[in-house]
Design a protein around this ligand. Structure first.
Ligand code: NI
Length: 169
């Protein structure tokens, strides 16, 4: 956070056959694995392209969340299914060590293309919906702290009671 590249709007992918797109996807996969995240967006590794990936079976950073299938999504778009929002904890590989409470739409539908060009269309709720909104925000130059309403609920993992407890156990 602070790198101006993270605050730029990313460009849509026009040619899925472009070797650069394949390379970006590989680098994103490596970074997500190495850093142990549940999602990543291309601008986080320095490419202003509308590509996100997300999903996990079990994740140490979010131990209570239900699994989400691993998905690579190109040119993703989401639409809220209602005005209902909920508050939940978020972290970000670009904001290491920090977490905050962020309001997000509870239910959305989203779509995009997989790397082969097939359309993916899904409905999602709760944490799954939260991940999509977080990752798509990266493509528009928005990080989760920008969405926060109460900065008292923004802090370091080892100081926030909700996380300090867990990491000390
Ligand atoms: Ni992030």
């Amino acid at each position: 956070m602070g790198n101006p590249q993270l605050f730029e709007k990313s460009l849509g992918v026009e040619n899925l056959q472009d070797p650069l797109i394949k390379q970006i996807i590989e680098e994103m996969q490596q970074a997500m694995q190495q850093l142990g995240g549940v999602g990543i967006a291309a601008p986080q590794i320095g490419y202003q392209k509308r590509i996100i990936m997300f999903g996990f079976e079990k994740n140490e950073r979010y131990p209570n969340e239900k699994p989400v299938p691993f998905t690579i999504l190109i040119n993703p778009v989401f639409t809220p299914l209602s005005d209902v929002t909920n508050d939940g904890w978020e972290g970000c590989l670009s904001v290491p060590g920090l977490r905050g409470i962020v309001p997000r739409f509870t239910e959305i539908k989203y779509e995009g293309l997989d790397p082969q060009g097939n359309k993916i269309e899904r409905e999602a709720a709760n944490f799954h919906a939260r991940m999509i909104q977080h990752e798509v925000d990266h493509l528009d130059g928005i990080l989760f702290p920008h969405r926060m309403k109460d900065l008292k609920r923004f802090g370091f993992e080892d100081a926030l009671p909700e996380f300090a407890k867990r990491s000390k156990m």
